[in-house]
Design a protein around this ligand. Structure first.
Ligand SMILES: [Zn+2]
Ligand SMILES: [Zn+2]
Length: 340
């Protein structure tokens, strides 16, 4: 018998089980370790913006992530929106679940929230002693977080019995409903101050029938100011919030302007094409509207995200041509995993 054959035979069932356990646990322990030490690419000093997902709308694409951004201040990440794919994108960007403790949701459309349940479940499972996480957002956020915890009920019960875990997710994961009809400071720690204000994503006729609202956020750190428009059409509140900001991360709908423009980004559903098309026209920003808001707010740099329609490219890019006619500052067409 050759040596390699002896080695194969020598693998007992116990060895295989041991190997399987280590192979399964390795990435989990790596997550937990990195979370505790906050090492890795995210630990650089200063303020970084990472575009985790720049795709606009609720479609699922093979190579794009839905809305999500990370502001990383001296290695500590703050997540803004958490659409589908955000958690995988965060790990690709060098973040670890253990470090993600503060998440700010602009509004409760699913292209901004789909990975919340995944974040909480995976964060809880990653280590025996998961850290706390708070999800901030408009009305409905607390109920959504409670529902995300309920989604994991079976996982938690099984692992408590089978693996001796003791932490109750309800004691460490919290939702916080915020109100910000005017610019309001909603969060402050030793590294960042966060302000929120209602934008104009939801038309008045919809707001009259519901308590749900939609926010823009401004992050002020010792070295930078970064504003996230959220989903919105032209918004005076957003212009006020974004005054003089270093970076203005703004949504954009490049599918043509004006009330008669076809909303090619809107998928028909239940013969409801016109209703969805109207939603896209009335609740999102044309490139020209993005430029007008950026110019009025005198921001230094516009970063286009939540992109609907148009490709990336030069001056003829449908996302930027009309924008550059009204805004003379720097314009960056965002891409997933772009670090700014
Ligand atoms: Zn959206
Ligand atoms: Zn939306």
């Amino acid at each position: 018998m050759k040596r390699s054959e002896i080695e194969i035979v020598a693998w007992t069932r116990r060895d295989l089980l041991k190997f399987a356990a280590v192979a399964w646990a390795a990435p989990v322990f790596a997550q937990a370790r990195a979370g505790a030490g906050q090492r890795g690419p995210a630990a650089q000093p200063g303020t970084q913006l990472v575009l985790l997902g720049t795709q606009g709308g609720p479609g699922v694409a093979a190579n794009r992530t839905q809305s999500s951004n990370a502001v990383i201040v001296d290695g500590r990440p703050y997540l803004i929106d958490c659409g589908y794919g955000a958690i995988k994108a965060a790990v690709q960007a060098g973040l670890t679940l253990g470090t993600i403790s503060n998440v700010f949701i602009t509004h409760l459309h699913d292209d901004h929230t789909a990975d919340i349940a995944a974040l909480l479940a995976l964060k809880w499972t990653a280590t025996q002693n998961p850290g706390e996480a708070t999800i901030y957002g408009p009305y409905g956020t607390t109920a959504m977080v409670d529902a995300a915890i309920a989604f994991s009920k079976a996982n938690v019960e099984i692992r408590k019995i089978d693996e001796g875990r003791a932490v109750d997710p309800k004691t460490i994961f919290h939702g916080r409903d915020l109100a910000a009809p005017k610019i309001t400071e909603v969060f402050k720690d030793d590294r960042v101050t966060v302000q929120a204000v209602e934008n104009t994503h939801f038309p008045d006729r919809a707001k009259a029938q519901m308590n749900y609202r939609s926010f823009a956020y401004r992050f002020n750190t010792p070295t930078r100011s970064i504003v996230f428009s959220g989903d919105t059409t032209y918004s005076e509140n957003l212009i006020e919030l974004a005054q003089g900001a270093d970076v203005f991360v703004c949504e954009v709908n490049g599918n043509g302007a004006g009330p008669n423009a076809p909303a090619r980004g809107a998928a028909p559903a239940n013969n409801n094409t016109e209703s969805i098309a109207r939603h896209v026209r009335e609740t999102h920003s044309t490139p020209e509207e993005v430029g007008k808001m950026a110019a009025a707010a005198k921001v230094k740099t516009v970063v286009l995200s939540h992109q609907v329609g148009g490709g990336r490219g030069g001056n003829t890019d449908p996302l930027t041509a009309d924008l550059k006619k009204v805004f003379s500052g720097e314009v960056i067409v965002g891409a997933d995993q772009m670090r700014l």
